[in-house]
Write a protein that binds this ligand. Sequence first.
Ligand SMILES: Cc1ncc(COP(=O)(O)O)c(C=O)c1O
Length: 405
Amino acid sequence: MSVIPVAAALSGTDELIQEAEKSLMYVVTRPGNVMVAGKGSYIWDADGRKFLDCIQGWAVNALGHCPPVLTRALIKQAKQLINGSPSLYNEPMIQLAKLLTDHSCLDKVFFANSGAEANEGAVKLARKYGALRRAGAHEIITTWHSFHGRTLSMMSASGKQPWDNLFEPKVPGFIRVPFNDLNAVRNAITPKTCAIMLEPVQGEGGVHVAGKAYMQGLRKLCDETGVLLILDEIQTGIGRTGTLFAYEQYGVEPDIMTLGKGIGGGFPLSALMAKDEVCVFEQGDQGGTFCGQPLAMVAGLAVVGEVIAKNISGRAKSRGRYLVRRLKALGEQFGFTEVRGKGLLVAVELPQEKGPEIVQECFDQGLLINAPGPTTLRFMPALNISNAQVDEMMDILSAALRKVL
Ligand SMILES: Cc1ncc(COP(=O)(O)O)c(C=O)c1O
């Protein structure tokens, strides 16, 4: 049997796209480009087209594409030990756990591979805590327009209305209430409630920021009732909102926190973190084949280490301010009804339902941005984007707005 390498068997983008349509399971409509390289804030397709990437793998590539610190760490570790076993220690696993616990208010960490998986772990931990400490309480209050992942229970937890009748029956035990509404949470708490779970900034829901009084009120409510506060910092963590973790800006500490996306800078990695008193898992309660795998651990060490050492969170804060200033100026010209966000997780509200059209026009002009809703544009560039690159983004966006609006 002769083996034909795929790259040699397929020539050119058209042929690749034809093969993709034939052999990849359909889940999303993708543009007819095949991406082959990335560096910092830019990504290139197979035909040599260059894009300024302000999506960055959906707020994943915290340091941009292929940051040398991450590439070096992966190459070095790949030559040493790619995979030990989840039931054996490895050195970077211990170092990364120390780094994360030293720099956060949480005491322990469990490593996983995706955000949804970390959130599943958070729900399991809260339910076990409820079983042991709160007379079997198992319900978790979540918020409308939240996004916690695509596993069945995370789809059940998320407040995404289009999912309401999808893949029924849903996993029971999630009670959804309006976001930023403390009374709604207060009224929803019963003896069956073990936790409230929310994002400090709802990312996929369109960049809606939790208010400070709301977050502090939630903490107080949790303290009074014994309910756990779970913060899903999968999108907001690792510098994205201008501090290493978004909770730092609220003056509250969560009992459980999940991290994903930016923590591996593009390498699949997530983490479930908790306070000591909440760590009630027993032997066999939680695990996973790739959990704590050395390659992912060195990726986390490289990215989180760099974010801390170079104060990338502070840079994200100042770049975020610059981006918001530029967007507000653009908004005066094009009638944006709102510019909102924290750090480098920013959105604008358009005067017309033209979000997807503007995203397409930007794409055609070499800029990747996202429209989480028909009237919303979202920006989540690399945390080390430069002011000059923000200016470049504004030039393309403004040309696209002029054409579409
Ligand atoms: C806040 C939040 N939680 C969870 C997830 C799910 O993460 P993953 O896609 O890695 O499972 C996402 C992804 O967008 C997210 O933004």
